[in-house]
Write a protein that binds this ligand. Sequence first.
Ligand code: FES
Length: 104
Amino acid sequence: MKVKTINISEINENSVKVVNIENKDIAIFNVDGEFYAIDDLCSHAEASLAEGEVFDCKVECPLHGAEFDLKTGEAVTLPATRPVDSYMISVENDIIYLEMNDHA
Ligand code: FES
C-alpha cells in the first residue's frame, strides 16, 4: 500500500523527518538528496533513530550506538541484533510516498 507523506521541501538535505503512519513513527532521511525510510524506534530499546548521527548511509542509535543500514534497516553493529523495517520510497510531484508492508 502506497502512503502519501510529506513534500520533499520539508526535509532539508542531510536531515531527517519523522512521520507517523498507522501509529508507527517512521524516520525519513535525506542523505545528499537521496531519501530513505526506516522505523524511527530502535530495535534494541526505546530510542529515536532520527536523533542519531548519519554517516556512510547508516544511522547510529543515539542511545547505545548500534548502527543501522538506511537502505535495508539491517542492524550492522551491536548491541542491536534485529533489523528495523525499511520502506520503499517513491517521489511524485515532489511528494514522498512510502510503500507500507502488509504487516506494518
Ligand atoms: S536503544 Fe538503540 S542501540 Fe540501544
